[in-house]
Design a protein around this ligand. Structure first.
Ligand SMILES: *Cc1c(COP(=O)(O)O)cnc(C)c1O
Length: 405
């Protein structure tokens, strides 16, 4: 039994809770009172497990990355969430939540999306279940993640552009919450990360925990030991990291490393490194760390990666980081691009821009010889090709220069 848990009010230490407007109270109460029983029921578990296996393609492989391992003198394993249906870990959560929405007899689904991966994963499960789907997406993200916008439309979802604020994930989330307030009875809001009011952070973490459940079995098979020395995952809201950490949180011998986006530089004013720059406050109905001014105005975040471009962090991570159970590393846009090109060229895997941050962190860690490291490869990079190609000259030239030495 996992020791690390939220308390009855949905708090991890000081962080979490449900700071909701009055109008959302009935929706959140219904979810809060029913989610654990529904998730634990045999019927739910059967449907969930079957869909994860036959529809998503789980278990996702744990791949020993030989060339990366040689380079860093550690045993580096990649948890291949990029091979899940729709190309990222997000589908684990949307499968869980759509089954939950069905149990709650909801007919209309809303979601927010940044990089579009959660939007695509939501549109996918709505098509699967024949449900109406509306996705809110920042106008800036619609521009930089065009392939995913196309996919959502083809899957039958309605994509609504959000023009407020920095026109990114935070603003899309605000709009989705507004929609939920005006459609309280027939609508379920599928949040895409371990953020938002209780019970979302716990619910999403449980759905994503299949990642570390599989890592335990796969490491046992491949190394004879069911735990790694280090787990590295990128953190936007924190759902892929929560899933990769989940079954290891109680095991303090396993280092948990959360990688954030430093954007143009940690102190450049254009960053999304919440654990360093954030202070305690409330965002999207949850008490957590967020980037804000002295008088509580949210600071607009910046990251080249739409999925990490968020001024807050899930309350579980706020707790793990402030209690020093987990450690944060911040990676700039430039470092992430470089890591994406490097992984593509040494392992033949083009990662999502979000995921590239986790790989860039390998450069900042000193490994003990041959220690076992798992990097959570949260998603594939097809959606980011347009961005990658903008920088192609820079990185391909660099490679040739270093080859010539
Ligand atoms: C959405 C996304 C992320 C960031 O979200 P988390 O909730 O922090 O996991 C990271 N990687 C990929 C590939 C994504 O699509």
């Amino acid at each position: 039994m996992q020791q690390y848990q939220i308390n009855e009010d949905g708090f991890y230490g000081n962080f979490g809770g449900a700071y909701i407007p009055e109008m959302l109270y009935p929706n959140i109460e219904e979810l809060k009172n029913k989610y654990t029983d529904i998730i634990k029921s045999e019927q739910f578990q059967q449907s969930f497990r079957l869909l994860l296996k036959d529809y998503v393609g789980r278990p996702s492989p744990l791949y020993f990355a030989k060339r990366l391992s040689q380079q860093y003198k550690a045993q580096i394993y990649l948890k291949r969430e990029d091979l899940c249906h729709t190309g990222a870990h997000k589908i684990n959560n949307t499968i869980g939540q759509i089954l939950l929405a069905k149990s709650l007899k909801k007919s209309r689904i809303i979601a927010e999306t940044g990089a579009g991966q959660h939007g695509v994963a939501t549109a996918t499960v709505c098509a699967l279940m024949g449900m109406e789907c509306i996705v809110y997406m920042g106008a800036h993200d619609i521009q930089r993640q065009a392939p995913n916008v196309g996919r959502m439309k083809m899957l039958g979802a309605k994509v609504i552009a959000v023009h407020s604020g920095s026109k990114t994930l935070k603003d899309a989330t605000n709009e989705a919450i507004r929609d939920w307030i005006s459609h309280p009875t027939n609508t379920h809001y599928i949040i895409g990360s371990v953020v938002g009011p209780h019970p979302y952070p716990d619910m999403v973490a449980r759905f994503q925990s299949v990642i570390s459940e599989e890592i335990q079995l796969q490491l046992m098979e491949q190394t004879g030991r069911d735990y790694p020395d280090k787990i590295i995952a990128c953190v936007g809201g924190g759902s892929n990291a929560a899933g990769a950490f989940y079954h290891y949180i109680d095991q303090t011998k396993v280092d948990l490393i959360a990688v954030e986006a430093a954007g143009a530089g940690l102190y450049s004013g254009k960053s999304a490194a919440t654990s360093v720059l954030g202070t305690e406050g409330i965002i999207h109905a949850s008490k957590t760390l967020l980037m804000q001014t002295a008088d509580g105005q949210i600071v607009e975040p910046h990251s080249i990666s739409a999925g990490l471009d968020y001024p807050g962090i899930g309350p579980m991570h706020a707790h793990l980081l402030t209690t020093k159970r987990a450690k944060a590393i911040a990676i700039t846009d430039q470092e992430a691009l470089q890591a994406a090109y490097h992984l593509s060229q040494v392992e033949g895997i083009i990662p999502a821009l979000e995921t590239a941050h986790a790989f860039a962190a390998l450069e900042k860690i000193r490994f003990h010889k041959n220690e076992v490291v798992v990097v959570n490869l949260s998603g594939r990079g097809d959606k980011d090709l347009q961005t990658y190609l903008k920088y192609a000259d820079q990185f391909i030239n660099q490679k040739h220069k270093s080859d010539a030495k």
